[in-house]
Design a protein around this ligand. Structure first.
Ligand code: ATP
Length: 366
């Protein structure tokens, strides 16, 4: 088990990169602590597999260092890095039995036969494939094959880390949930550094203690599911996490706040000060639908909005409103009633109103 540090990492698949767009990983610094259960979450093409392949040594980064427990491993082969990697599709030997498939990584490392047997049985039990141990792998279902593939990753006790690259894609939805719980349980039992790649936020938050959100070749936030929800560090995190995602509105500077159309949103003094120091015109405010307050009463602090839609989702309602030519969503409880075309009054509690400059959250110490 190791701490994995990525230092000033960048990677381009082009030999002659011509600007940031040619980079799959853009100048990235990150530490995966020893023994943590992490998810790497992001949309297709953001660089997740590239990062995993750089860690495992399948790919050499164009720039920067990969350190295991502080030691540079760039020059080490995948085998010498001692990383187990589980891919989207099963990597197993069809002609071998399940037992031999699971035993393979151990025998390869010269582990003695009695220990191989004990460990294979332990992993088979955790994955609930004990009754398949003496079957040929080619006779297994797709689900079972992927379990064996995961087992091959989990079986070695000496690995620095296990990297899972969307391992549950081929698994039946019912079993997916069960296997995710199982992986979490395995993590607790064996205390191994695990990095789990996914583009599914639910999958990420059920597996990981901390999630790294990747976007455009960068990690834009690394935090607990609650931190990502409550204080998205980047507009992409606001948009990507949550259902529906965060309301994001382009705004301009105004005296004592920001505005869009005729709407003026007052800000705290420190936020106004930060804005004065920034030159960019790329400014947004963000508030999650869960935190928008909707009332039929106007006050000095509310904004008048028109109801466009009320969607009943069983245990709650999503209300869509128009405010100053912008469309916003608010999550309300089941009892909420409003007429389409009717007027409501919105307020944005200060602690939940985020200000983004060049897509990144402005924080008080800046
Ligand atoms: N072998 C390659 N040659 C050239 N470009 C590549 C190669 N592999 C990936 N890329 C590009 O690098 C970028 C990052 O790809 P990567 O596969 O790391 O993303 P990802 O987040 O894992 O996506 P997905 O979820 O679809 O697997 C993408 O623009 C992709 O097209």
């Amino acid at each position: 088990m190791a701490e994995i540090q990525l230092k000033s990492l960048a990677h381009s698949y082009s030999d002659t990169p011509d600007g940031p767009d040619d980079y799959a990983i853009r100048h990235l610094d990150h530490v995966w602590d020893k023994g943590g259960a992490y998810a790497l979450l992001g949309p297709s093409g953001c660089g997740k597999s590239t990062m995993l392949n750089i860690i495992s040594g399948l790919l050499q980064p164009s720039e920067g260092d990969v350190l295991f427990d502080g030691k540079r491993v760039n020059e080490l082969s995948p085998r010498d890095r001692n990383i187990a990697q589980v891919f989207q599709f099963p990597v197993i030997y069809d002609s071998m039995t399940v037992f031999d498939n699971l035993a393979f990584p151990l025998r390869n490392n010269g582990v003695e036969a009695s220990r191989v047997k004990a460990r294979v049985h332990e992993i088979a039990e955790v994955l609930e494939i004990q009754d398949k141990l003496y079957k040929k792998a080619k006779n297994l279902t797709a689900d079972e094959k992927q379990k064996v593939s995961m087992g091959r990753g989990l079986v070695r006790e000496d690995v620095s880390a296990i990297l899972f690259d969307e391992p549950l894609t081929v698994i039946d939805p019912q079993l997916k949930w069960k296997l995710r719980r199982k992986l979490k349980q395995i993590h607790e039992q064996f205390d191994i550094t695990m990095v789990y790649v996914t583009h599914d936020q639910l999958e990420a938050s059920t597996f990981a203690d901390k999630i790294a959100v990747m976007y455009g070749g960068q990690i834009v936030q690394f935090g607990t599911p609650t931190e990502l929800f409550e204080r998205p560090n980047h507009t992409f995190v606001g948009f990507f996490i949550g259902s529906p995602g965060m309301n994001l509105i382009e705004v301009q500077r105004c005296p004592r706040g920001v505005c869009f159309g005729s709407i003026v949103v007052p800000l705290d003094e420190w936020q106004v000060e930060v804005l004065q120091r920034q030159k960019t015109s790329n400014l947004k405010i963000g508030i999650r639908p869960e935190f928008v307050e909707v009332s039929d009463q106007a006050t000095d602090e509310t904004f008048e909005a028109t109801v466009l839609d009320v969607e009943d989702l069983g245990t709650y309602k999503i209300v869509t409103v128009e405010l100053g030519h912008e469309t916003l969503k608010a999550r309300q409880n089941e009892e909420f009633e409003a007429e389409i075309g009717g007027v409501v009054h919105l307020s944005f509690p200060k602690q939940w109103l985020m200000l983004y400059v060049d897509e990144f959250l402005i924080k008080e110490q800046q």
